[in-house]
Design a binder for this molecule. Structure first.
Ligand code: ADP
Length: 215
């Protein structure tokens, strides 16, 4: 099962991706997490990416395409995957089409988590994240409920970076949805409500237990 999660920053992609990963045992390929790991490790790419992420801008397409190409070639991706955070631009989507053809894969579904703007802004400002497992929590939470790690605020969740992230999403990433609508594989999912409700909708969209293909 090859899934792509699509939605604005704060739409709940990471939460649903974690659920899908543990339920189906397929890797969660999150480009934002991969970039933050590069930054934490102080690699040349991390050094280049750090100010871009802090400003809420996008890392150049060629870098991101190379990153996803390498990741999808790893053996654990052969049995299915959940991509979260890619493609964010139309050239990235076109490159992913080529890559999928080269690897003899196809995308089964694009799960679009739909949340209105006012709620996105509210969710992002003040949300906290576990630096170890990347789970997110509402303001006021102290430690991760899963591994007990003290929570931190992501640099790009600080107020000054939230608006540019939303703006770049609207200009560069909304057109990506049209790219996939043309292929007829988009499932629109109401992203409001409790996590369990949204999980139910996601599972429904992929055919309940996800064992049925979409060929
Ligand atoms: P969000 O919760 O805002 O969707 P992510 O964790 O997916 O955030 O990504 C964080 C940041 O990493 C983005 O704001 C962007 O700077 C960078 N990034 C992640 N994926 C991509 C991509 N496919 N293209 C360009 N930049 C990316």
């Amino acid at each position: 099962m090859n899934l792509l999660l699509y939605g604005a920053p704060g739409s709940g992609k990471g939460t649903q991706a974690n659920m899908l990963r543990s339920r189906f045992g397929i890797p969660h390929i999150a480009t934002g997490d991969m970039l933050r790991a590069e930054i934490a490790a102080g690699t040349p790419l991390g050094l280049q990416a750090q100010p871009i992420l802090a400003a809420g801008q996008y890392v150049p397409d060629d870098i991101m395409i190379g990153m996803i190409r390498n990741r999808l070639r790893e053996p654990d991706s052969a049995g299915g995957f959940i991509i979260d955070g890619f493609p964010r631009t139309v050239p990235q989507a076109e490159a992913l089409d080529v890559l999928m053809r080269d690897l003899n894969h196809h995308l089964d579904r694009v799960l679009y988590l739909k949340v209105e703007m006012a709620e996105l802004l509210e969710r992002l400002s003040g949300r906290l994240v576990c630096p170890k497992c990347q789970r997110t929590y509402p303001p006021g939470t102290v430690a991760c409920a899963v591994d007990g790690t003290p929570l931190v605020q992501r640099e790009d969740d600080k107020t000054e970076a939230v608006r540019p992230r939303i703006e770049i999403y609207l200009t560069k990433t909304v057109p990506v949805l049209e790219h996939y609508r043309g292929a007829g594989i988009v499932s629109e999912i109401d992203g409001r409500g409790t996590i369990d409700q949204i999980t139910g909708r996601v599972l429904n969209a992929i055919g309940e237990n996800g064992r049925f293909g979409f060929h």
